[in-house]
Ligand binder design. Sequence first.
Ligand code: HEM
Length: 502
Amino acid sequence: MNSENQPAKLTTASGKPYYEHENSLTAGPRGPVLLEDFILHEKLAHFNRERTPERVVHAKGSGAYGTFTVTHDITKYTKARLFNEIGKETRVFLRFSTVGGEKGSADSERDPRGFAVKFYTEDGNWDLVGNNTPVFFIKDPKKFPDFIHTQKRDPRTNTKSATMMWDFWSLNPESLHQVVILMSDRGTPASYRHMHGFGSHTFSFINQDNERFFVKFHFKTLQGIQNFTDSEATVMRGMDPDQAQRDLIAAIERGDFPRWALKVQIMPEAEAATYKWNPFDLTKVWSQKDYPLIDVGVLELNEIPDNYFAHVEQAAFAPAHLVNGIGFSPDRMLQGRILSYPDAHRYRIGANYEQIPVNRCPFTVNNYQRDGAMRVDANGGSAPNYFPNSFDNIKADASYKEPAQNLGSNVMADWFDRNAEGENDHYTQPGDLFRLMTPEGKKNTISNIVGAMQGIDGPKRAEIINRQLCHFFRADIGLGLGIAQGLRVDVSSFAGGTLHAN
Ligand code: HEM
Protein backbone atom coordinates (compact mmCIF):
# COMPACT_ATOMS: atom_id res chain seq x y z
CA MET A 1 0.00 0.00 0.00
CA ASN A 2 1.28 3.50 -0.69
CA SER A 3 0.80 6.50 1.58
CA GLU A 4 -2.73 7.26 0.29
CA ASN A 5 -3.75 3.70 1.20
CA GLN A 6 -3.84 2.81 -2.47
CA PRO A 7 -2.21 -0.48 -3.57
CA ALA A 8 1.38 0.09 -4.79
CA LYS A 9 1.82 -0.38 -8.54
CA LEU A 10 3.71 -3.40 -9.90
CA THR A 11 6.64 -2.16 -12.01
CA THR A 12 9.50 -3.47 -14.12
CA ALA A 13 13.03 -3.26 -12.69
CA SER A 14 13.39 0.09 -14.46
CA GLY A 15 10.23 1.37 -12.76
CA LYS A 16 7.64 1.17 -15.55
CA PRO A 17 4.22 0.18 -14.17
CA TYR A 18 2.78 -2.82 -16.02
CA TYR A 19 -0.33 -4.90 -15.93
CA GLU A 20 0.55 -8.58 -16.32
CA HIS A 21 2.99 -10.61 -14.21
CA GLU A 22 1.88 -14.19 -14.70
CA ASN A 23 0.90 -14.74 -18.32
CA SER A 24 3.35 -14.32 -21.18
CA LEU A 25 2.46 -12.25 -24.23
CA THR A 26 1.42 -14.67 -27.00
CA ALA A 27 0.37 -14.55 -30.64
CA GLY A 28 -3.29 -15.24 -30.07
CA PRO A 29 -4.82 -17.30 -27.26
CA ARG A 30 -2.95 -20.54 -28.19
CA GLY A 31 0.02 -19.12 -30.12
CA PRO A 32 3.75 -18.98 -29.22
CA VAL A 33 5.32 -16.42 -26.90
CA LEU A 34 6.32 -13.14 -28.50
CA LEU A 35 9.91 -11.91 -28.40
CA GLU A 36 8.43 -8.55 -27.51
CA ASP A 37 7.65 -9.73 -23.93
CA PHE A 38 10.74 -8.15 -22.41
CA ILE A 39 9.26 -8.56 -18.93
CA LEU A 40 9.46 -12.33 -19.38
CA HIS A 41 13.12 -11.93 -20.41
CA GLU A 42 13.82 -9.68 -17.44
CA LYS A 43 12.32 -12.21 -15.01
CA LEU A 44 14.08 -15.26 -16.46
CA ALA A 45 17.43 -13.52 -16.96
CA HIS A 46 17.54 -12.09 -13.45
CA PHE A 47 16.58 -15.44 -11.99
CA ASN A 48 19.51 -17.06 -13.81
CA ARG A 49 21.84 -14.65 -12.04
CA GLU A 50 20.49 -14.97 -8.48
CA ARG A 51 23.44 -16.91 -7.11
CA THR A 52 26.76 -15.49 -6.03
CA PRO A 53 29.42 -18.18 -5.51
CA GLU A 54 29.05 -19.66 -2.05
CA ARG A 55 31.93 -19.09 0.38
CA VAL A 56 34.66 -21.65 -0.34
CA VAL A 57 34.51 -22.49 3.40
CA HIS A 58 31.90 -21.50 6.01
CA ALA A 59 29.19 -21.51 3.31
CA LYS A 60 26.26 -22.28 5.65
CA GLY A 61 25.64 -19.53 8.17
CA SER A 62 23.28 -17.39 10.23
CA GLY A 63 23.64 -13.74 11.16
CA ALA A 64 22.24 -11.02 13.38
CA TYR A 65 22.90 -7.42 14.36
CA GLY A 66 23.44 -6.32 17.93
CA THR A 67 25.38 -4.18 20.34
CA PHE A 68 28.69 -4.41 22.12
CA THR A 69 28.80 -2.55 25.46
CA VAL A 70 31.98 -1.83 27.43
CA THR A 71 31.69 -2.89 31.09
CA HIS A 72 35.33 -2.65 32.24
CA ASP A 73 38.20 -0.24 31.64
CA ILE A 74 41.01 -1.69 29.49
CA THR A 75 42.39 1.65 28.28
CA LYS A 76 45.78 0.90 29.81
CA TYR A 77 46.18 -1.81 27.17
CA THR A 78 44.55 -0.28 24.09
CA LYS A 79 43.66 3.09 22.65
CA ALA A 80 40.99 1.53 20.39
CA ARG A 81 38.14 4.01 20.70
CA LEU A 82 35.41 1.39 20.94
CA PHE A 83 36.86 0.51 24.38
CA ASN A 84 37.53 4.06 25.59
CA GLU A 85 34.62 4.49 28.01
CA ILE A 86 32.59 2.23 30.29
CA GLY A 87 29.04 2.07 28.97
CA LYS A 88 30.06 2.85 25.39
CA GLU A 89 27.97 0.99 22.81
CA THR A 90 29.10 -0.13 19.36
CA ARG A 91 26.82 -1.69 16.75
CA VAL A 92 27.90 -5.16 15.60
CA PHE A 93 26.99 -7.79 13.03
CA LEU A 94 27.78 -11.42 13.85
CA ARG A 95 27.77 -14.32 11.40
CA PHE A 96 27.90 -17.88 12.72
CA SER A 97 28.68 -20.76 10.39
CA THR A 98 29.75 -24.34 9.96
CA VAL A 99 32.97 -24.85 8.01
CA GLY A 100 33.05 -27.77 5.61
CA GLY A 101 29.48 -28.11 4.37
CA GLU A 102 27.85 -26.42 1.42
CA LYS A 103 25.22 -23.70 1.72
CA GLY A 104 22.45 -26.29 2.05
CA SER A 105 24.22 -28.55 4.55
CA ALA A 106 22.96 -29.32 8.07
CA ASP A 107 23.66 -26.98 10.99
CA SER A 108 24.35 -29.85 13.39
CA GLU A 109 27.30 -31.39 11.52
CA ARG A 110 30.39 -32.24 13.59
CA ASP A 111 32.52 -29.25 12.60
CA PRO A 112 34.03 -26.13 14.14
CA ARG A 113 31.62 -23.18 14.12
CA GLY A 114 32.57 -19.78 12.71
CA PHE A 115 32.08 -16.80 15.02
CA ALA A 116 32.74 -13.69 12.91
CA VAL A 117 32.02 -10.28 14.43
CA LYS A 118 32.03 -6.93 12.64
CA PHE A 119 32.25 -3.96 15.01
CA TYR A 120 31.14 -0.72 13.29
CA THR A 121 33.53 1.58 15.18
CA GLU A 122 34.13 5.29 14.67
CA ASP A 123 37.69 4.41 13.57
CA GLY A 124 36.47 2.03 10.88
CA ASN A 125 35.09 -1.50 10.87
CA TRP A 126 36.89 -4.06 13.03
CA ASP A 127 36.37 -7.68 11.98
CA LEU A 128 37.21 -10.39 14.50
CA VAL A 129 36.83 -13.49 12.33
CA GLY A 130 37.07 -16.34 14.80
CA ASN A 131 35.72 -19.77 15.59
CA ASN A 132 34.16 -21.49 18.59
CA THR A 133 37.57 -23.02 19.35
CA PRO A 134 40.71 -21.31 20.67
CA VAL A 135 43.06 -23.26 18.36
CA PHE A 136 43.16 -24.50 14.76
CA PHE A 137 44.24 -27.63 12.85
CA ILE A 138 47.35 -26.16 11.25
CA LYS A 139 49.84 -23.42 11.97
CA ASP A 140 51.06 -22.52 8.49
CA PRO A 141 48.70 -20.93 5.95
CA LYS A 142 50.37 -22.83 3.10
CA LYS A 143 48.64 -25.97 4.35
CA PHE A 144 45.13 -24.46 4.34
CA PRO A 145 43.91 -25.43 0.83
CA ASP A 146 45.19 -29.02 1.27
CA PHE A 147 43.53 -29.26 4.66
CA ILE A 148 40.21 -27.93 3.41
CA HIS A 149 40.24 -30.31 0.43
CA THR A 150 40.22 -33.18 2.94
CA GLN A 151 37.15 -31.73 4.68
CA LYS A 152 35.20 -31.36 1.43
CA ARG A 153 34.34 -34.04 -1.11
CA ASP A 154 36.45 -36.85 -2.55
CA PRO A 155 37.34 -35.93 -6.16
CA ARG A 156 36.10 -39.28 -7.52
CA THR A 157 33.14 -40.26 -5.35
CA ASN A 158 32.00 -36.69 -4.54
CA THR A 159 31.29 -37.85 -0.99
CA LYS A 160 32.83 -36.82 2.32
CA SER A 161 35.76 -39.09 3.11
CA ALA A 162 36.96 -40.16 6.55
CA THR A 163 40.04 -41.56 4.79
CA MET A 164 41.10 -38.14 3.46
CA MET A 165 40.42 -36.44 6.80
CA TRP A 166 42.35 -38.89 8.97
CA ASP A 167 45.13 -39.25 6.41
CA PHE A 168 45.72 -35.49 6.58
CA TRP A 169 45.36 -35.26 10.36
CA SER A 170 47.67 -38.22 10.96
CA LEU A 171 50.30 -36.70 8.67
CA ASN A 172 49.98 -33.29 10.39
CA PRO A 173 50.12 -33.98 14.14
CA GLU A 174 49.86 -30.28 14.97
CA SER A 175 46.13 -30.82 14.24
CA LEU A 176 45.70 -33.05 17.33
CA HIS A 177 44.59 -30.34 19.77
CA GLN A 178 41.80 -29.15 17.47
CA VAL A 179 40.90 -32.75 16.54
CA VAL A 180 40.35 -33.63 20.23
CA ILE A 181 38.09 -30.57 20.65
CA LEU A 182 36.22 -31.38 17.44
CA MET A 183 35.68 -34.99 18.49
CA SER A 184 34.43 -34.02 21.95
CA ASP A 185 30.78 -33.02 22.31
CA ARG A 186 31.89 -29.41 21.70
CA GLY A 187 32.14 -30.49 18.05
CA THR A 188 28.32 -30.54 17.94
CA PRO A 189 27.00 -27.43 19.77
CA ALA A 190 23.26 -27.50 20.52
CA SER A 191 22.88 -24.04 18.96
CA TYR A 192 24.95 -21.02 18.02
CA ARG A 193 23.78 -19.37 21.25
CA HIS A 194 25.21 -22.11 23.45
CA MET A 195 28.89 -21.97 22.51
CA HIS A 196 31.85 -19.70 23.17
CA GLY A 197 33.61 -17.66 20.49
CA PHE A 198 37.34 -17.01 20.18
CA GLY A 199 39.47 -14.60 18.17
CA SER A 200 41.84 -17.62 18.27
CA HIS A 201 44.91 -15.81 16.94
CA THR A 202 47.21 -13.65 19.01
CA PHE A 203 46.66 -9.98 18.15
CA SER A 204 48.33 -6.80 19.47
CA PHE A 205 46.83 -4.13 21.66
CA ILE A 206 48.56 -0.74 21.46
CA ASN A 207 47.93 1.88 24.13
CA GLN A 208 48.17 5.69 24.22
CA ASP A 209 51.89 5.45 25.05
CA ASN A 210 52.40 3.25 22.00
CA GLU A 211 53.20 0.22 24.17
CA ARG A 212 52.33 -3.14 22.61
CA PHE A 213 50.65 -6.01 24.47
CA PHE A 214 49.77 -9.33 22.91
CA VAL A 215 46.10 -10.24 23.30
CA LYS A 216 43.71 -13.14 22.82
CA PHE A 217 39.95 -12.55 22.63
CA HIS A 218 37.35 -14.83 24.27
CA PHE A 219 33.56 -14.52 23.99
CA LYS A 220 31.98 -16.55 26.82
CA THR A 221 28.38 -17.55 26.19
CA LEU A 222 26.03 -16.25 28.88
CA GLN A 223 23.45 -18.86 27.81
CA GLY A 224 25.77 -21.64 29.12
CA ILE A 225 27.44 -24.31 27.02
CA GLN A 226 25.03 -26.89 25.58
CA ASN A 227 26.09 -29.61 23.18
CA PHE A 228 24.40 -32.41 21.29
CA THR A 229 25.74 -35.91 21.78
CA ASP A 230 26.78 -37.57 18.54
CA SER A 231 23.48 -39.41 18.23
CA GLU A 232 21.39 -36.32 19.05
CA ALA A 233 23.28 -34.39 16.36
CA THR A 234 22.70 -37.22 13.86
CA VAL A 235 18.96 -37.17 14.55
CA MET A 236 18.84 -33.37 14.29
CA ARG A 237 20.60 -33.40 10.91
CA GLY A 238 17.67 -35.35 9.49
CA MET A 239 14.92 -33.73 11.53
CA ASP A 240 15.80 -30.08 10.92
CA PRO A 241 18.94 -29.25 8.95
CA ASP A 242 18.36 -25.53 9.64
CA GLN A 243 17.89 -25.95 13.39
CA ALA A 244 20.59 -23.46 14.51
CA GLN A 245 19.27 -20.78 12.13
CA ARG A 246 15.72 -21.37 13.38
CA ASP A 247 16.88 -21.29 17.01
CA LEU A 248 18.66 -17.95 16.58
CA ILE A 249 15.68 -16.28 14.90
CA ALA A 250 13.21 -17.65 17.47
CA ALA A 251 15.32 -16.49 20.44
CA ILE A 252 15.71 -12.96 19.09
CA GLU A 253 12.06 -12.70 18.04
CA ARG A 254 10.87 -13.67 21.54
CA GLY A 255 13.21 -11.04 23.07
CA ASP A 256 15.57 -13.63 24.57
CA PHE A 257 18.61 -11.82 23.20
CA PRO A 258 21.73 -14.03 23.21
CA ARG A 259 24.72 -12.51 24.99
CA TRP A 260 28.42 -13.20 25.35
CA ALA A 261 30.92 -11.70 27.81
CA LEU A 262 34.04 -10.46 25.99
CA LYS A 263 37.22 -11.19 27.94
CA VAL A 264 40.88 -10.88 26.99
CA GLN A 265 44.16 -12.51 27.94
CA ILE A 266 46.99 -9.98 27.92
CA MET A 267 50.70 -10.77 27.53
CA PRO A 268 53.19 -7.90 27.89
CA GLU A 269 55.28 -7.73 24.71
CA ALA A 270 58.56 -8.66 26.40
CA GLU A 271 57.14 -11.87 27.92
CA ALA A 272 56.42 -13.27 24.46
CA ALA A 273 60.13 -13.94 24.13
CA THR A 274 60.29 -16.20 27.16
CA TYR A 275 56.84 -17.84 27.41
CA LYS A 276 57.00 -21.63 27.50
CA TRP A 277 54.93 -21.90 24.32
CA ASN A 278 55.36 -19.96 21.11
CA PRO A 279 52.59 -17.41 21.75
CA PHE A 280 51.99 -17.08 17.99
CA ASP A 281 51.34 -20.78 17.41
CA LEU A 282 47.64 -21.18 16.58
CA THR A 283 47.62 -24.83 17.66
CA LYS A 284 48.36 -23.84 21.29
CA VAL A 285 46.47 -21.95 24.01
CA TRP A 286 47.93 -19.66 26.66
CA SER A 287 47.28 -21.11 30.10
CA GLN A 288 44.69 -19.05 31.99
CA LYS A 289 46.79 -19.59 35.10
CA ASP A 290 49.60 -17.68 33.40
CA TYR A 291 47.36 -15.12 31.68
CA PRO A 292 43.97 -14.88 33.45
CA LEU A 293 40.85 -13.66 31.68
CA ILE A 294 40.18 -9.93 32.02
CA ASP A 295 36.60 -8.64 31.64
CA VAL A 296 35.90 -6.17 28.85
CA GLY A 297 32.23 -6.02 27.91
CA VAL A 298 29.06 -7.72 26.73
CA LEU A 299 27.97 -8.50 23.20
CA GLU A 300 24.23 -8.88 22.63
CA LEU A 301 22.40 -9.90 19.45
CA ASN A 302 19.01 -8.25 19.18
CA GLU A 303 18.06 -7.80 15.51
CA ILE A 304 17.53 -10.36 12.77
CA PRO A 305 18.17 -8.67 9.42
CA ASP A 306 15.01 -8.34 7.35
CA ASN A 307 16.67 -9.95 4.33
CA TYR A 308 19.04 -12.93 4.55
CA PHE A 309 20.84 -12.49 1.23
CA ALA A 310 21.35 -8.73 1.54
CA HIS A 311 22.94 -8.97 4.96
CA VAL A 312 24.08 -12.48 5.87
CA GLU A 313 25.09 -13.79 2.45
CA GLN A 314 26.75 -10.54 1.38
CA ALA A 315 28.57 -10.02 4.68
CA ALA A 316 32.32 -9.95 4.07
CA PHE A 317 34.67 -10.25 7.04
CA ALA A 318 38.44 -9.84 6.84
CA PRO A 319 41.09 -10.38 9.53
CA ALA A 320 42.88 -7.50 7.75
CA HIS A 321 40.21 -5.09 9.03
CA LEU A 322 41.66 -3.87 12.35
CA VAL A 323 41.31 -0.45 13.96
CA ASN A 324 43.72 1.94 15.61
CA GLY A 325 44.83 0.40 18.93
CA ILE A 326 44.52 -3.21 17.68
CA GLY A 327 47.32 -4.71 15.57
CA PHE A 328 48.56 -7.95 14.08
CA SER A 329 51.07 -10.38 15.56
CA PRO A 330 53.63 -12.63 13.86
CA ASP A 331 51.13 -15.57 13.93
CA ARG A 332 51.74 -17.05 10.48
CA MET A 333 48.14 -18.17 10.06
CA LEU A 334 46.90 -14.66 10.77
CA GLN A 335 49.41 -13.32 8.25
CA GLY A 336 48.05 -15.71 5.60
CA ARG A 337 44.47 -14.75 6.36
CA ILE A 338 45.26 -11.04 5.97
CA LEU A 339 45.71 -11.71 2.25
CA SER A 340 43.13 -14.39 1.69
CA TYR A 341 39.81 -12.83 2.76
CA PRO A 342 39.66 -9.57 0.75
CA ASP A 343 40.73 -11.63 -2.28
CA ALA A 344 37.84 -14.06 -1.61
CA HIS A 345 35.36 -11.18 -1.33
CA ARG A 346 36.48 -9.59 -4.60
CA TYR A 347 35.86 -12.92 -6.31
CA ARG A 348 32.60 -13.67 -4.50
CA ILE A 349 30.83 -10.30 -4.45
CA GLY A 350 33.07 -7.90 -6.40
CA ALA A 351 35.71 -5.21 -6.05
CA ASN A 352 33.31 -2.79 -4.40
CA TYR A 353 32.16 -5.22 -1.70
CA GLU A 354 32.89 -2.70 1.04
CA GLN A 355 30.03 -0.48 -0.17
CA ILE A 356 27.35 -3.13 0.39
CA PRO A 357 25.36 -1.84 3.39
CA VAL A 358 26.30 -4.70 5.79
CA ASN A 359 29.99 -4.12 5.03
CA ARG A 360 29.96 -0.33 4.75
CA CYS A 361 31.69 1.71 7.42
CA PRO A 362 28.96 4.03 8.77
CA PHE A 363 31.60 6.66 9.63
CA THR A 364 34.01 8.57 7.41
CA VAL A 365 35.76 6.78 4.54
CA ASN A 366 38.23 8.90 2.55
CA ASN A 367 40.31 7.21 -0.09
CA TYR A 368 41.14 7.39 -3.79
CA GLN A 369 39.69 4.09 -4.97
CA ARG A 370 37.23 4.76 -7.77
CA ASP A 371 35.05 3.03 -10.36
CA GLY A 372 34.77 -0.73 -10.88
CA ALA A 373 31.77 -2.99 -11.35
CA MET A 374 28.73 -2.21 -9.21
CA ARG A 375 30.08 1.03 -7.79
CA VAL A 376 26.87 2.11 -6.08
CA ASP A 377 27.88 5.07 -3.93
CA ALA A 378 28.64 8.55 -5.27
CA ASN A 379 32.12 7.30 -6.37
CA GLY A 380 33.88 10.25 -4.76
CA GLY A 381 31.77 12.73 -6.76
CA SER A 382 33.85 15.51 -8.29
CA ALA A 383 36.58 15.29 -5.64
CA PRO A 384 40.15 14.50 -6.77
CA ASN A 385 40.86 10.83 -7.48
CA TYR A 386 44.61 10.99 -6.81
CA PHE A 387 46.89 11.65 -3.84
CA PRO A 388 48.66 13.92 -3.07
CA ASN A 389 46.75 16.76 -4.68
CA SER A 390 46.38 20.52 -4.25
CA PHE A 391 42.60 20.54 -3.91
CA ASP A 392 41.15 18.44 -1.11
CA ASN A 393 42.10 18.57 2.54
CA ILE A 394 42.73 14.89 3.23
CA LYS A 395 46.02 14.19 5.04
CA ALA A 396 47.76 11.00 6.14
CA ASP A 397 47.95 11.28 9.94
CA ALA A 398 51.27 10.01 11.37
CA SER A 399 49.76 9.61 14.83
CA TYR A 400 48.17 6.36 13.60
CA LYS A 401 51.59 4.77 13.01
CA GLU A 402 52.05 1.57 15.00
CA PRO A 403 55.17 0.92 17.06
CA ALA A 404 57.56 -1.44 15.27
CA GLN A 405 57.54 -5.10 16.27
CA ASN A 406 60.77 -6.64 17.46
CA LEU A 407 61.24 -9.42 14.92
CA GLY A 408 65.01 -9.39 14.58
CA SER A 409 66.27 -10.65 17.94
CA ASN A 410 67.84 -14.04 18.45
CA VAL A 411 64.85 -15.08 20.53
CA MET A 412 62.50 -14.36 17.64
CA ALA A 413 64.76 -16.31 15.32
CA ASP A 414 64.34 -19.25 17.68
CA TRP A 415 60.56 -18.98 17.52
CA PHE A 416 60.65 -19.30 13.78
CA ASP A 417 62.95 -22.29 13.93
CA ARG A 418 60.68 -25.26 13.31
CA ASN A 419 62.88 -27.42 15.52
CA ALA A 420 62.95 -25.06 18.48
CA GLU A 421 62.19 -26.70 21.81
CA GLY A 422 58.44 -27.09 22.36
CA GLU A 423 57.64 -26.13 18.77
CA ASN A 424 56.88 -29.72 17.83
CA ASP A 425 55.16 -30.68 21.08
CA HIS A 426 51.76 -31.40 19.59
CA TYR A 427 50.78 -33.66 22.48
CA THR A 428 50.94 -31.94 25.90
CA GLN A 429 48.01 -29.55 25.41
CA PRO A 430 45.58 -32.03 23.79
CA GLY A 431 46.51 -34.58 26.48
CA ASP A 432 45.85 -32.01 29.21
CA LEU A 433 42.52 -31.17 27.60
CA PHE A 434 41.48 -34.84 27.56
CA ARG A 435 42.57 -35.33 31.20
CA LEU A 436 40.43 -32.32 32.21
CA MET A 437 37.25 -33.82 30.74
CA THR A 438 34.57 -35.44 32.92
CA PRO A 439 34.35 -39.25 32.73
CA GLU A 440 31.32 -38.86 30.46
CA GLY A 441 33.16 -36.31 28.30
CA LYS A 442 36.08 -38.73 27.92
CA LYS A 443 33.76 -41.62 27.05
CA ASN A 444 31.90 -39.59 24.42
CA THR A 445 35.13 -38.24 22.90
CA ILE A 446 36.54 -41.74 22.54
CA SER A 447 33.35 -43.10 21.04
CA ASN A 448 33.02 -40.11 18.66
CA ILE A 449 36.60 -40.69 17.46
CA VAL A 450 36.02 -44.41 17.05
CA GLY A 451 32.85 -43.71 15.07
CA ALA A 452 34.64 -41.19 12.87
CA MET A 453 37.71 -43.40 12.27
CA GLN A 454 35.60 -46.42 11.40
CA GLY A 455 34.86 -44.72 8.08
CA ILE A 456 38.53 -44.91 6.99
CA ASP A 457 38.76 -47.38 4.12
CA GLY A 458 40.92 -48.49 1.20
CA PRO A 459 44.43 -49.94 0.99
CA LYS A 460 45.93 -47.40 3.40
CA ARG A 461 43.38 -48.00 6.17
CA ALA A 462 45.71 -49.75 8.61
CA GLU A 463 48.56 -47.34 7.96
CA ILE A 464 46.40 -44.27 8.60
CA ILE A 465 44.79 -45.73 11.73
CA ASN A 466 48.16 -46.75 13.16
CA ARG A 467 49.73 -43.37 12.48
CA GLN A 468 46.82 -41.50 14.10
CA LEU A 469 46.66 -43.90 17.04
CA CYS A 470 50.30 -43.15 17.84
CA HIS A 471 49.37 -39.45 18.14
CA PHE A 472 46.49 -40.23 20.51
CA PHE A 473 48.75 -42.48 22.62
CA ARG A 474 51.40 -39.77 22.82
CA ALA A 475 48.78 -37.29 24.08
CA ASP A 476 47.27 -39.65 26.67
CA ILE A 477 47.60 -43.40 27.17
CA GLY A 478 43.94 -43.69 28.23
CA LEU A 479 42.80 -41.85 25.12
CA GLY A 480 44.92 -44.03 22.86
CA LEU A 481 43.86 -47.26 24.55
CA GLY A 482 40.16 -46.37 24.50
CA ILE A 483 40.27 -45.65 20.77
CA ALA A 484 42.40 -48.71 20.00
CA GLN A 485 39.93 -50.93 21.86
CA GLY A 486 36.99 -49.32 20.09
CA LEU A 487 38.64 -49.95 16.73
CA ARG A 488 39.71 -53.47 17.79
CA VAL A 489 43.36 -52.70 17.16
CA ASP A 490 45.89 -55.09 18.68
CA VAL A 491 48.11 -52.92 20.85
CA SER A 492 50.12 -55.76 22.41
CA SER A 493 53.23 -54.85 20.43
CA PHE A 494 52.78 -51.11 21.03
CA ALA A 495 55.82 -50.97 23.31
CA GLY A 496 57.85 -51.93 20.27
CA GLY A 497 56.36 -49.01 18.40
CA THR A 498 54.02 -50.99 16.10
CA LEU A 499 50.26 -51.26 16.10
CA HIS A 500 48.18 -53.65 14.05
CA ALA A 501 44.91 -52.24 12.80
CA ASN A 502 42.42 -54.73 11.36
C1 HEM B 1 35.84 -17.91 5.88
C2 HEM B 1 40.33 -18.63 4.28
C3 HEM B 1 41.75 -19.92 8.71
C4 HEM B 1 37.47 -18.49 10.42
C5 HEM B 1 36.92 -18.05 5.06
C6 HEM B 1 36.91 -17.81 3.65
C7 HEM B 1 38.17 -18.00 3.20
C8 HEM B 1 38.98 -18.38 4.33
C9 HEM B 1 38.68 -17.83 1.78
C10 HEM B 1 35.70 -17.41 2.83
C11 HEM B 1 35.53 -15.92 2.87
C12 HEM B 1 34.35 -15.44 2.06
O1 HEM B 1 34.19 -15.87 0.92
O2 HEM B 1 33.60 -14.59 2.59
C13 HEM B 1 41.12 -19.02 5.35
C14 HEM B 1 42.54 -19.26 5.30
C15 HEM B 1 42.93 -19.65 6.54
C16 HEM B 1 41.74 -19.61 7.38
C17 HEM B 1 43.40 -19.11 4.06
C18 HEM B 1 44.28 -20.03 7.08
C19 HEM B 1 45.40 -19.63 6.55
C20 HEM B 1 40.74 -19.60 9.57
C21 HEM B 1 40.83 -19.62 11.00
C22 HEM B 1 39.62 -19.20 11.48
C23 HEM B 1 38.77 -18.94 10.35
C24 HEM B 1 42.08 -19.98 11.79
C25 HEM B 1 39.17 -19.01 12.89
C26 HEM B 1 39.97 -18.86 13.89
C27 HEM B 1 36.68 -18.20 9.33
C28 HEM B 1 35.30 -17.77 9.45
C29 HEM B 1 34.83 -17.60 8.14
C30 HEM B 1 35.93 -17.94 7.26
C31 HEM B 1 34.52 -17.56 10.73
C32 HEM B 1 33.43 -17.20 7.74
C33 HEM B 1 33.28 -15.69 7.79
C34 HEM B 1 31.85 -15.33 7.47
O3 HEM B 1 30.98 -15.62 8.31
O4 HEM B 1 31.59 -14.78 6.40
N1 HEM B 1 38.19 -18.43 5.45
N2 HEM B 1 40.67 -19.24 6.61
N3 HEM B 1 39.47 -19.19 9.21
N4 HEM B 1 37.02 -18.30 8.00
FE1 HEM B 1 38.83 -18.77 7.33
